[in-house]
Design a protein around this ligand. Structure first.
Ligand code: NAP
Ligand code: MG
Length: 408
């Protein structure tokens, strides 16, 4: 083999290992596509659910701190413990979701981007370029207070200021019979940090930023999101956006949904927590497979964590354990590595590291375009006589062969 010298990565990359099927693919990807070509220090944290259990989840906190120290991390999918998982893995506690822990420590926003291949057409034929979703991952209905109202009576929202002062109140509803109420909140600080992350990521990706809320109906709550975005844009981004030839565009959520379906894509769509939750699943499924969606957590302080948007692919893992051959798609995991490496290269001013990340992505996409694909893609790809379903490992091997030719 005529291999050139390894490419030097100047700063350590933080590696967060994970669970089940993705843990198996993670290692294959690292050993086959990354390590043969790079002289790199991987600062390794094992987030296997049993190791989180053994360390009282300290390993997750240490991993988040390492990302804050070095700037860039790549993460494998991990089990979020449920009661079933506590029994299955004999855990001492139902530990929190690692993603929630890391997101809270980094105060980040998650951006999800579909991976395009020419033979995997989005179900929406006008989409030519990826639609990136930026979901505000704090507050609203995800940290609500709810009440079941048993019968007739008055319901109110009340604000009692610390240290005295005027008490604010508003009537929600005067009930004449049973019903339900809900209290939700958000903070200026969190919305502002979300807005900053969205403007910064749109600029990073050189795409227009769209933001949408229901501000015509919610004149205080949703309108405030809009006001904070407007303020942030006017104060810090107007000029840089104009210089980069990109735009900030606010529109009502209904209008945005209608426009997105008719758009060519190639934009970042910022959404409130619930809208982002729902719309990201719509975008993922319209693009064919969950395994063709990458995800990056961007913190306002400039830390980045890259991962696949999907989970640990539990069902495939159980088949694997039973000795059956699996055909699990490693695209999103590969793009987690390449996203992390490209950002590492950018921060280190190492163009050769960025070019290497491009080469892996090209090798991966060309493999799919040549018809070599996993089962999930075969089901949605354009029909071609060259199409064939390969195993989890054979898919990564095929990408590895292409990459080796590119790098020779
Ligand atoms: P999942 O792992 O995303 O898988 C759901 C289904 O989607 C799979 O059964 C498979 O469908 C398909 N799929 C997902 N990724 C695929 C891939 N790479 N290749 C081929 N098919 C793929 O979700 P889950 O089974 O609901 O969750 C499993 C575990 O993942 C849970 O413990 C959950 O806590 C965790 N999770 C972690 C993260 C994260 O770390 N970011 C995110 C979500 C979930 P078929 O079975 O039809 O082939
Ligand atoms: Mg969802």
């Amino acid at each position: 083999m005529n291999m050139k010298k390894k490419i030097i990565v100047k700063t350590p990359l933080v590696e967060l290992d994970g669970d089940e099927m993705t843990r198996i693919m993670w290692q294959l990807v690292r050993d086959r596509l990354i390590l043969p070509y790079l002289d790199i220090t991987l600062e390794y944290y094992d987030l296997h659910v049993k190791h989180r259990d053994a360390t009282n989840d300290q390993v997750t906190i240490d991993a988040a701190k390492a990302i804050m120290k070095h700037g860039v991390g790549v993460k494998c999918a991990t089990i979020t413990p449920t009661e079933d998982r506590v029994r299955e893995y004999d855990l001492r506690e139902q530990w929190k979701s690692p993603n929630a822990t890391i997101r809270a420590m980094l105060d980040g926003t998650v951006f999800r981007t579909p991976i395009f291949a020419s033979n995997i057409k989005p179900f929406i034929s006008t989409w030519k370029r990826p639609i990136i979703i930026g979901r505000h991952a704090y507050g609203d209905v995800y940290s609500n207070a709810e009440l079941r109202i048993p019968g007739a009576g008055k319901t109110e929202i009340v604000f009692t200021p610390d240290g005295g002062g005027e008490i604010l109140r508003n009537t929600i509803h005067v009930f004449s019979g049973p019903g339900i109420i809900q209290g939700i909140h958000n903070t200026d600080a969190s919305i502002a940090s979300f807005a900053k992350a969205c403007f910064a990521y749109a600029l990073d990706q050189k795409v227009d930023l769209w933001f949408s809320t229901k501000d015509t109906i919610s004149k205080t709550y949703d309108a405030h999101f809009r006001a904070i975005f407007d303020r942030e844009y006017e104060a810090n981004w107007k000029k840089t956006f104009a210089d980069a030839g990109i735009e900030y565009f606010f529109t009502l959520i209904d209008d945005a949904v209608a426009r997105i379906v008719r758009s060519e894509g190639g934009l970042l769509w910022a959404l409130k927590n619930y809208d982002g939750d729902v719309m990201s699943d719509m975008i993922a499924s319209a693009n064919g497979s969950l395994a063709m969606m990458t995800s990056v957590l961007v913190s306002p302080d400039g830390y980045f964590e890259y991962e696949a948007a999907h989970g640990t692919v539990q069902k495939h893992y159980y088949k694997h354990l039973q000795g059956e051959e699996t055909s699990t798609n490693s695209m999103a995991l590969i793009f987690a590595w390449t996203g992390g490496l490209r950002k590492r290269g950018e921060l280190d001013h190492s163009p050769e590291v960025m070019t290497f990340a491009d080469a892996i992505e090209e090798a991966a996409i060309e493999t799919v375009e040549a018809g070599i694909m996993t089962g999930d893609l075969l089901a949605v790809a354009e029909q071609a006589p060259t199409n064939r379903k390969v195993s989890t490992k054979a898919f990564i091997d095929a990408i590895g062969e292409r990459l080796q030719k590119k790098m020779a």
